[in-house]
Design a binder for this molecule. Structure first.
Ligand SMILES: Cc1ncc(COP(=O)(O)O)c(C=O)c1O
Length: 490
């Protein structure tokens, strides 16, 4: 390419090892030269044939890149005369090309709440996404009835376009709200109207919304210690003061909460399956907690994340089902009953809170995607949901039993807590001097995923150990994993 333009354009570098298409690389190279003033308005480009052969790309590729720049107004084509840099570029100040743009990394000026929250956040890493021993939080993805899901999914994508593609109802798809209310009544003993059910982007979003609605800076939140990391971070973001409340064999110790913060505004609990210690909140404690909330004019967040998977014949009644004074905000998720990438959860508001939550949702939020909600609604209505839950309950019970039986060999070094629900439990080190971090690192090097109980603690506790998930791994992976634990512990 003998012209000035030709010389400049031959500086474009095409890298075939990149994921980016060649025509896009060429387009970006040309665009950056024009924007940075390398070529001026009115300058003629070499013919695409020449450009292509000089840069070692096909003519179609060169044509693609040039046509895109013409459609974006950076180039002009004059029939019979050739292609030119657009006259609108004449006299424009050069722009630093986007491909090379790096801002100076200036530290942002943050709100005081964020500065404070950031210092207090517990590290939450990336949540698990790979089924293996002993990840927590992941259900048995390989047992999900994908064929049914695909059928319902296809049906919805073919249905009425306004319903599928328009803005959805900010409170949630009415059919799904109704289906959730029916499910909660049948399986969790909760009597609620569909209007009390709000569909959200996972339980985590519900925690943030509840904090936003109820908490002012410095207000006290009773928080199970150890307790759920995501919820804890959500309340910290609101500037709340988190009060670590002890957990024993009966769940959260209400007396401890009363001694530390009788003037609490909110209590966060996981009654069906304490996260992470795997205890079930006793009925006496449930009543005491409701009573304490009444006296303090406080609310309770009941996080029932995996309560559908109880192992006994009958679970204890949910807090929400025995709450006669509208103190409990119940939070559920489809992350465990279906799968987490759905990002669908829900909250059930006390009747007196429906109005204000509706206002918040309709004024400031725009809801969650509609068609996944429609699929879930059908999945529930057609009975697949309850069948899947029943099947998975058996599955998790069996996996738990295998873990328990096989881990007898660990007893001299580690006591595995018997779980009554869900798909994770804890293993306590007999030697309280053992480092959780070192053990987890050694386990990780041996291919096992574990997390330390300490991560879940707002204030240190005496017992040490690890959280062990058994839902996502196969029977043989659980057995092999326990054998590895035995070697590491010994
Ligand atoms: C205690 C607890 N609550 C709720 C959830 C579910 O959160 P989400 O619905 O945002 O996936 C999890 C996820 O692991 C959890 O551990």
């Amino acid at each position: 390419m003998k012209t000035k333009a030709g010389a400049i354009l031959s500086s474009i570098r095409i890298d075939r090892s990149l994921d980016r298409k060649i025509s896009v690389q060429l387009y970006m190279g040309l665009r950056d030269i024009i924007l940075s003033g390398g070529l001026n308005g009115g300058e003629r480009l070499p013919a695409t044939r020449t450009l292509a052969s000089e840069l070692g790309v096909s003519r179609t590729t060169a044509l693609d890149a040039v046509s895109r720049l013409i459609s974006e107004g950076l180039l002009e084509s004059h029939i019979g005369a050739g292609t030119f840099v657009s006259h609108t570029m004449t006299g424009r100040a050069p722009v630093v090309p986007q491909t090379a743009t790096r801002d100076a990394g200036r530290q942002p000026r943050l709100s005081p709440s964020v500065i404070q929250a950031r210092a207090l956040f517990a590290e939450r890493r990336r949540l698990p996404h790979k089924s293996q021993a002993f990840v927590t939080a992941l259900p048995a993805l390989h047992l999900f009835p994908m064929a049914q899901w695909a059928r319902l999914s296809a049906r919805h994508l073919r249905s009425d376009r306004d319903a599928v593609m328009g803005y959805g109802n900010p409170y949630g798809l009415p059919r799904l709200r109704a289906a959730i209310a029916t499910h909660l009544n049948a399986s969790r003993g909760i009597q609620c109207d569909p209007e009390q059910v709000f569909v959200v982007g996972g339980a985590q979003q519900a925690f943030s919304l509840i904090g936003n609605l109820l908490l002012d800076r410095g207000e006290k939140v009773w928080f199970e210690n150890p307790g759920a990391i995501g919820a804890r971070n959500a309340f910290i973001s609101q500037g709340a003061e988190l009060v670590p409340v002890a957990v024993d064999d009966e769940g959260i110790v209400v007396e401890d909460g009363l001694a530390k913060a009788p003037d609490f505004r909110l209590a966060f609990v996981t009654p069906s399956h304490q996260q992470p210690l795997s205890k079930v909140l006793s009925l006496a404690r449930r009543l005491a907690l409701l009573d304490a909330a009444d006296r303090a004019d406080a609310y309770i967040v009941e996080d029932d994340y995996d309560g559908d998977f109880y192992f006994g014949d009958q679970p204890l009644p949910t807090l929400k089902s025995i709450d006669t004074n509208g103190r409990v905000i119940y939070v559920g998720t489809f992350s465990k009953t279906l799968f987490p990438s759905l990002r669908l959860g829900f909250l059930v508001a006390p009747a007196g809170m429906v109005d204000v939550i509706s206002t918040l949702f309709s004024a400031a939020l725009s809801g969650v995607p509609t068609w996944p909600q429609a699929i879930v609604a059908d999945f529930i209505d057609e009975g697949h949901f309850s069948t899947h839950i029943r099947t998975m309950r058996q599955h998790y019970r069996k996996r738990h039993e295998i873990l328990h039986q096989h881990s007898r060999q660990l007893e001299p070094y580690m006591h595995i807590q018997r779980a009554l629900a869900g798909f994770h439990t804890v293993g306590y080190f007999r030697d309280t001097e053992r480092s959780e971090t070192e053990f987890i690192e050694a386990a990780s090097a041996a291919g096992l995923t574990l997390s330390g109980i300490g991560r879940y603690c707002l204030a240190p506790i005496e017992r040490k150990g690890v959280v062990i998930g058994y839902g996502a791994a196969s029977e043989s992976e659980i057995r092999q994993g326990v054998d590895v634990l035995a070697q590491l512990l010994a």
